[in-house]
Design a protein around this ligand. Sequence first.
Ligand code: NAI
Length: 328
Amino acid sequence: MPSPIRVAITGAAGQIGYSLLFRIAAGDMLGSDQTISLRLLDIPASTSVLNGVLMELQDCAFPLLADVSITHDPVVAFDQVDLAILVGARPRSKGMERKDLLTANGEIFSTQGKILNQVAKRDAKILVVGNPANTNAYIAMKNAPDLPAENFSAMLRLDHNRALSQLAMKLGRPVAQIRKMVVWGNHSSTQLPDLYHAEINKNHVMQLIDDPAWIEGFFVPTVQQRGAKVIEARGLSSAASAANAAINHMRDWIFGTRQDDWVTMGVPSDGSYGIPEGVIYGFPVTCAGGKYSIVKELDIHPAYRDKLYSGYQELLEEQQVINHLLPQ
Ligand code: NAI
């Protein structure tokens, strides 16, 4: 068996962590032949909870879990890591403005970016889940100038999966048959789920949808607002589905996407689709050999061109709020 892959997970005592860790340790992310060394990071106030999670991980006796450690020091957590999933972030508290949340979380990700820059493996793959995910990933990336920018990504996979499921339910077809879904832009309500490229068995799904009004009237807003609906129903934000999406994201990045398909990842723009460089934006990507490539030259539905740009503008506005956290 190959030597253990070091995986750091921040916010490990939180609710996404509680779904994520056990699935990773069971082999869902890296496969059944790969041992794992887990580094769990959380803040000192969460130490007791993290200790409980550690005990449960031990009690599972996972054959693939080579070792697991807990810490509140990012230098220890990120030391020589191969993979880092940055989930830990502050929730929005009562009376907190969006810009206060951006700044509070931006500080976490600027610190963690600097430390990853110092101690992570040079080819470490880093996924930011904690919100606002795109801007947090951007902050971490900018604070890690010695790591390639392509090592940093933000999670839009939950949005992508939500879009796949809504379409599968509409068409009464299995999710596995749907290919080429994309959710453009920011992981926020400005995101744009786009099924105009989607296919089932090489047929465009647009030819199968008998009710075009469903797309703008139901599909797009349902995917955009799904997170809020889950909170309304559960009293807590999406956790198991977010953990599942993080596993899907990492697994595809490492092992590659399906033939004739793509996935959505938040990655640094290279100028594709008129989105200027310098933001982390949801694009369709294929992955092979541990690298992603943005799928180029799709025909964008005319009504969507401005919407793609709106997502970019929102990201620019977020950047203005956290500009002081970027190396000048
Ligand atoms: P949670 O509040 O249950 O857990 C967050 C954990 O992060 C807590 O244990 C907290 O102590 C820890 N934490 C806070 N500051 C930290 C720091 N500086 N270093 C390490 N750990 C720190 O939250 P939950 O539900 O697990 O969600 C985590 C984040 O993921 C939130 O920002 C949430 O909005 C985001 N999220 C993103 C999704 C996406 O699709 N990108 C989907 C769902 C949630």
